[in-house]
Design a protein around this ligand. Structure first.
Ligand code: SF4
Length: 471
C-alpha cells in the first residue's frame, strides 16, 4: 500500500542524455538554463552566456544529470545559432524549450533546422508567457503561436524528434483546472510524447496531475519543473508577473523567514525542499524533474546531491508525507481559500496511489453559460457566421461573437466566442497563465476560455476541447 506504482529506474551511474533516458523510461534529471537576450556585441554576449557555458560543462560531466534544458528559445534562427554554438557540445545532452512568443512560421522552421543540425533531439513546445510590459496593452495584436501548432510543426518536419508539451496544474478554480487538463490531452492527441508540469510548491497539485492522467488511462511520461526561487522574485510571483507561477502568501512568508537567517541557511532550506519535492514526484510516478532558477554549477551540484540523498531516504510514501508536512509545518500551499482539487484524498497517507473506484472525484460542477450566451451561440450557429461574408454578417459577428468581425477566426472551434478577445489569439485552448481567480494572464478580464468551457459543457461537447486539430 505504501509504494505507489509506476516508479522509474534511477540510473545515476551512466550518462545517457535526455532523449535516451526518456525513451528508456529512466528517471531523468534536467538542469534548466534561462537563456539571456542575444546581443550583437560579441563580448556582451559572451559575458551573458558565461553561466550557461559553465552549466553546460557541469551537466555534461555529472552522470547523475541527463542534460541541460535551455528555455525559452525564440524563433529567430540567427539568435538560436548564437546560443547553441557555445551551449551545445552534444545534442543528446540538451533539450530546448521552443516558445511561440514573437514567433512566425518561417522563423520556427529555421529554428527547428538549427536545432536539428546541432543534433538536438528533444524539444519542449510552449505558447510562451507574455512579457509583463505587454500587460498594459491586452488589446494589441501580440504574436503568439499556440503550442499545439508548434507540436504539429515539429511532428511533421522532424518526426524522429521527441516533443514535450507543458501543463500548468497549479490552477485553483474548477474551470481553469479542467481547461488545463483538456488542453494537455489535446497536446498529447496532437503528437506530444511527454508532459512538463510547470513549477509550483503545492505537492497536492503534482499528485493531482498524475492521478488525472491515470484516471484517463494515460501513461505518458511527466517531468516536474521545480524552481529554486530567489528572494527578489517572490514579490513578482505574488503580483502575478512571473508567467503562471503561483505561490501562496503563507509559502512566501516561509521563504522570507528562511532567508532572514542567512543566505547559507536559506539555500540549504530550498535545496532540501527541492530534493523532497523530487522524491515526492518520483513516488507519485513522475518520470523526471527539471530544476529551474539555477545559474551556477556549484549550486546545481548541491541540488543534485540533495536530490540523490532524498531518493535514498524516501522510498516509502508515508515516510515522505510525514517528513514533507513536518518540514512545512502544514503551511497552506493553495493561493486562495477553497481552491479546487480534482480528487479527494490527495496527500493522504492511506492513499499513495490512484485506485479506480477509491480515488473519488471532488465535487465541483463545471460552469453553465448564461441565457444570453446560449442565445448568442444559437443565433451565430444558425447564421453559420464562421463562413458567411458581407457587411451584415460582419455586424452579426461583432454583436454575437465578440469585438472582431474578420471571418478568418475559426468561430465554430471556439463555440462562437471569437479568440480575438484573447490577447494571444489562442484557438486551441487556454495558455497556462491565468491567475488563481481565473483572470487572464494580462489581468484585464476573465480568461475567455471560461465562457467557451461553459458552452462546451452545456452542449455536451467537452471532448471537442481535447481533440487534435487537423487544420
Ligand atoms: S484569455 Fe486566457 S488563454 Fe488568452 S491570454 Fe488570457 S489567460 Fe491566456
Amino acid at each position: 500500500m505504501n509504494a505507489p506504482a509506476g516508479q522509474l529506474n534511477i540510473t545515476f551511474e551512466s550518462h545517457q542524455g535526455v532523449l535516451r533516458k526518456l525513451r528508456a523510461g529512466d528517471f531523468c534529471v534536467l538542469i534548466d538554463y534561462q537563456a539571456p537576450a542575444v546581443s550583437d556585441d560579441e563580448k556582451v554576449l559572451k559575458l551573458a552566456l558565461a553561466p550557461g557555458v559553465a552549466l553546460a560543462r557541469y551537466t555534461g560531466a555529472d552522470a547523475r544529470v541527463a542534460g541541460l534544458s535551455i528555455s525559452p528559445v525564440s524563433a529567430r534562427p540567427a539568435e538560436v545559432e548564437q546560443l547553441l554554438e557555445p551551449l551545445c557540445r552534444n545534442g543528446d545532452d540538451v533539450a530546448v524549450c521552443l516558445s511561440g512568443r514573437n514567433a512566425d512560421d518561417a522563423g520556427l522552421r529555421g529554428t527547428l533546422a538549427a536545432l536539428h543540425s546541432h543534433g538536438i533531439g528533444t524539444v519542449i513546445a510552449t505558447t510562451g508567457f507574455a512579457d509583463p510590459e505587454q500587460y498594459a496593452a491586452p488589446a494589441a495584436a501580440h504574436t503568439f503561436i499556440d503550442s499545439c501548432d508548434l507540436i504539429r510543426l515539429v511532428r511533421n518536419e522532424y518526426p524522429e524528434m521527441c516533443v514535450g508539451a507543458c501543463v500548468n496544474p497549479f490552477k485553483y478554480n474548477v474551470s481553469d483546472v479542467y481547461l488545463q487538463y483538456f488542453k494537455m490531452i489535446r497536446k498529447l492527441n496532437t503528437g506530444a510524447d511527454f508532459i512538463v508540469a510547470e513549477a509550483g510548491w503545492d505537492m497536492k497539485k503534482y499528485q493531482e496531475l498524475q492521478w488525472y492522467l491515470r484516471s484517463r488511462n494515460m501513461t505518458e511520461p511527466i517531468i516536474a519543473r521545480l524552481m529554486f526561487v530567489q528572494q527578489r522574485q517572490i514579490a513578482g510571483i505574488l503580483d502575478h508577473r512571473c508567467g503562471g507561477v503561483v505561490m501562496s502568501r503563507e509559502m512566501a512568508a516561509l521563504l522570507e523567514r528562511e532567508s532572514s537567517i542567512n543566505e547559507r541557511q536559506a539555500t540549504a532550506a530550498q535545496a532540501r525542499r527541492i530534493a523532497m519535492s523530487a522524491a515526492g514526484c518520483r513516488l507519485f510516478g513522475y518520470s523526471g524533474i527539471q530544476i529551474g532558477g539555477v545559474d551556477d554549477p556549484q549550486l546545481a551540484r548541491t541540488l543534485v546531491d540533495n536530490v540523490k540523498e532524498a531518493f535514498e531516504e524516501f522510498t516509502d510514501f508515508r515516510h515522505w508525507l510525514t517528513a514533507w508536512n513536518d518540514f512545512h509545518d502544514r503551511v497552506e500551499m493553495a493561493p486562495m481559500r477553497q481552491g479546487h482539487y480534482v480528487f479527494k484524498r490527495l496527500m493522504d497517507k492511506d492513499y499513495p496511489d490512484y485506485v479506480p473506484d477509491q480515488s473519488l472525484h471532488a465535487a465541483g460542477p463545471l460552469p453553465q453559460p448564461t441565457g444570453a450566451e446560449r442565445l448568442k451561440f444559437q443565433l451565430a450557429r444558425a447564421l453559420r457566421l464562421e463562413r458567411r461574408q458581407g457587411v451584415p454578417f460582419d455586424m452579426a459577428r461583432q454583436l454575437l461573437c465578440g469585438r472582431h468581425s474578420a471571418p478568418d477566426w475559426r468561430l465554430d472551434k471556439t463555440f462562437y466566442v471569437c479568440a480575438a478577445a484573447c490577447p494571444k489569439g489562442l484557438e486551441n485552448g487556454p495558455c497556462g497563465g491565468t491567475r488563481p481567480d481565473g483572470t487572464c494572464e494580462f489581468g484585464h478580464q476573465p480568461c475567455i476560455y471560461h465562457r467557451i468551457l461553459a458552452l462546451a459543457n452545456w452542449r455536451n461537447e467537452l471532448e471537442s476541447l481535447e481533440a487534435a486539430d487537423e487544420h
